[in-house]
Design a protein around this ligand. Structure first.
Ligand SMILES: *Cc1c(COP(=O)(O)O)cnc(C)c1O
Length: 401
């Protein structure tokens, strides 16, 4: 079957919820992805922040193959060794006390919301809790996660959603304070907003929100599904701010390609859910937990965090030069290997021009290109990316004249 024919058939069978690029990806190696016809791409999207270890890491693949031959699934009616190994690693790196494994990021957010409601219910005996969420936030596509996502277009067609959600302005502490009352069970936010356009929290803001939560005995839920797992230059971005959440959500790079997420909690929040409150058939099965446990051990073994802190400043300088050179680039933001360039226009044509030249970039919000390469990226590949980006921006700006 030719490529065009293949794409036509795929479009007729897969539900049309994405406008996909006309590329049929087949395999990957390190920082590069290959189509079925052999076309090679440098990947600065990591499957949307998933492939921290790069493609085809042998130790990771071998660990998964070994687990396949032992046991894929047990249900949560029994214990399994990989789940404890992964749970210890999550608690160790997050500073949390207990963890629940999910199958996706959105499900981790659902679990975090359930903890907040149950914590409030235990405390007050009332079922009238509210949650403060942020404008421009993104927390996933299930109904609970959509309800706390700060983009009206993602919510409105699916209303009524879960009630009691109020939206504050990210990085505007007064707007959060104004929404607090006796019913506030939690504040949920990303430490570094991803889909919303790569906006890091201001240190004063996140510290202020932590203080407000403490004063009202409300939980601080930090969604680190995208910015966690080393991407910010700390294992979790909140560690850069010296702030500890009550609940943290993980997914994406937690499995590095295997669908696994988690919500982890500390102190009383970690005791809120009891038998009967929550569950998942697949959640935390031996296969995905073997993946997560291996990811954590490879992070240590490969010194990935040190590597991120070595190359991220180089990505910053490189993108700064591009921002200085092209007037259509109006802002450069981010932390670690999660950076964004904001354009004067929707950058879809730049993304397409880059793809034509063999570079995968992904957009965030309506006017930002985000740079979230596998964490193994080297300076030479940042140079390779920059050359293609430069040519692509030049081509698109010429065409717009
Ligand atoms: C991707 C993402 C989610 C949703 O994760 P899924 O695995 O797609 O459900 C939630 N929160 C943030 C911050 C994300 O980036």
């Amino acid at each position: 079957m030719g490529k065009d024919e293949f794409i036509k058939e795929a479009e007729s069978k897969l539900m049309h919820t994405y406008n996909r690029f006309p590329m049929v990806l087949d395999h990957g190696e390190g920082m590069y992805l290959y189509e079925t016809d052999g076309t090679k791409y440098l990947d600065f999207g990591s499957g949307i922040g998933v492939y921290a270890l790069g493609y085809g890491n042998k130790e990771y693949n071998d660990a998964l193959k070994a687990q396949i031959d032992k046991l894929l699934h047990t249900s949560n009616l029994f214990y399994n060794e990989p789940a404890l190994a992964a749970a210890k690693a999550v608690c160790d790196v997050t500073g949390m006390d207990r963890v629940f494994f999910t199958n996706s990021g959105a499900e981790a957010v659902e679990g975090a919301i359930k903890i907040a409601r149950k914590y409030y219910y235990n405390k007050t005996g009332k079922a009238n809790s509210t949650i403060i969420a942020m404008d421009h936030s993104f927390h996933g596509r299930t109904l609970g996660a959509v309800a706390v996502t700060g983009k009206a277009a993602y919510r409105e067609p699916f209303e009524p959603l879960i009630g009691g959600v109020k939206f504050a302005e990210f990085n505007d502490l007064a707007s959060v304070e104004a929404l607090f009352d006796d019913t506030t069970a939690a504040v949920i936010m990303e430490t570094l907003q991803g889909e919303g356009g790569i906006f890091p929290a201001d240190p004063e803001f996140i510290k202020g929100v932590r203080k407000l939560c403490d004063e009202h005995d409300a939980l601080l839920i930090l969604d680190e599904i995208q910015c966690g797992m080393g991407r910010s230059g700390a294992m979790f971005a909140y560690q850069k701010y010296g702030v500890t959440p009550d609940v943290v959500t993980l997914a994406k790079a937690l499995g590095c390609g295997v669908p696994v997420g988690a919500f982890a909690a500390k102190g009383k929040a970690a005791e809120a859910l009891v038998p009967g409150d929550h569950g998942s058939t697949y959640g935390g099965n031996p296969f995905v937990c073997a993946a997560a446990a291996t990811v954590f051990s490879l992070f240590t073994k490969m010194n990935l965090l040190d590597h991120v802190n070595e190359v991220a400043p180089y990505l910053w300088e490189t993108l700064d030069k591009i921002a200085e050179e092209f007037p259509c680039v109006i802002a450069h933001r981010g932390l670690g290997l999660m950076q964004g360039l904001q354009f004067m226009f929707a950058p879809g044509d730049i993304v397409k021009a880059a793809l034509k030249r063999g570079l995968i970039l992904i957009a965030a919000s309506s006017n930002v290109i985000r740079f979230i390469p596998p964490l193994i990226v080297e300076k030479a590949q940042i140079d390779e990316m920059a050359q293609i980006l430069w040519e692509s921006i030049r081509e698109v700006s010429e065409n717009r004249k």
